[in-house]
Design a protein. Structure first.
Length: 273
């Protein structure tokens, strides 16, 4: 087993994460959304590991999201409403009655753990990280990961700049899901000419058909794909797209493995107290 096996595991698991899960895609499945989700869990994890640390508030989440991803306060506020609707965030009174605390629920932590497993499982064929049974089965391990993953704003920007092709997809609604569907078909067939169903993909990932159309046309304009049949039923993937995805995946795998190793030490130390 090696790189190709790890990539296949990642594509299958990442694509399966949000297929047919409705509004969950609207909570996490673009880079800005995932950044808000991750920032909320980072503040929550700091407070969980150290009760003296500040608890999560809307203002604190807006500040952190702006610093790390340039996300506007209004977008964060709208996303918080959605996360509350989905049962990922609760609110409770703070000591200062002018404020309300935001509190990630067990559902949110469990969902983040599910995401984390999709990132860490492919690392085993690469020899970068091997999950223990406790890490696989305990959602709170994700909090140790979020606490350790305290990236600086410059790191987030630099990562996107290193991988502009993948950034094209992960910053657009439905873009990353569409890319994973195309790559999944490529892996199954072994051909860069892959079958694609616009309506099925839109429905599976809770985006409009017109959004998928727009993504396809934009990706074609970038030279990343080419249509080979009417209504995009057959799509040709540019070889450079595959090369760029491999470079992104390798970079991501090394980064995730380093963070997970630190998280393991932190979690082990915390559980022994």
């Amino acid at each position: 087993m090696g790189f190709a096996d790890a990539r296949a595991i990642y594509i299958e698991r990442a694509s399966a994460l949000y297929r047919n899960t409705g509004l969950l895609n609207k909570a996490v499945n673009t880079l800005p959304r995932h950044l808000i989700f991750g920032c909320a869990l980072h503040v929550h994890a700091r407070h969980a590991f150290d009760p003296a640390a500040p608890a999560l508030t809307l203002t604190r989440l807006q500040k952190l999201s702006a610093e790390h991803g340039g996300v506007s306060p209004g977008r964060v506020a709208a996303q918080v409403l959605l996360l509350r609707k989905l049962g990922f965030l609760d609110t409770r009174p703070a000591d200062d009655r002018r404020q309300r605390l935001l509190e990630p629920t067990g559902k949110m932590v469990s969902e983040d753990h599910r995401w984390l497993m999709a990132q860490l499982t492919p690392l085993e064929p690469l020899g970068l990280f091997r999950l223990t049974e406790a890490e696989r089965s305990t959602p709170e391990f994700a909090l140790a990961f979020r606490l350790t993953r305290a990236a600086t704003p410059d790191e987030v920007t630099a990562f996107v700049q290193r991988h502009p092709t993948i950034a094209f997809f992960i910053t657009r609604d439905g873009g990353y899901s569409m890319l994973l569907e195309l790559l999944w078909e490529w892996q199954k067939s072994g051909s860069t000419s892959v079958a694609f169903d616009v309506m099925a993909t839109a429905g599976a990932f809770c985006v409009s058909k017109s959004q998928i159309w727009n993504l396809l046309h934009a990706a074609e304009a970038q030279g990343l794909i080419r249509t080979e049949a009417p209504a995009w039923r057959l799509i040709s993937l540019n070889e450079q797209l595959l090369v760029d995805f491999d470079a992104w995946f390798a970079d991501k795998a090394n980064e995730i493995a380093a963070i997970a190793t630190q998280a393991r030490d932190l979690w082990s130390e915390y559980r022994q107290k």
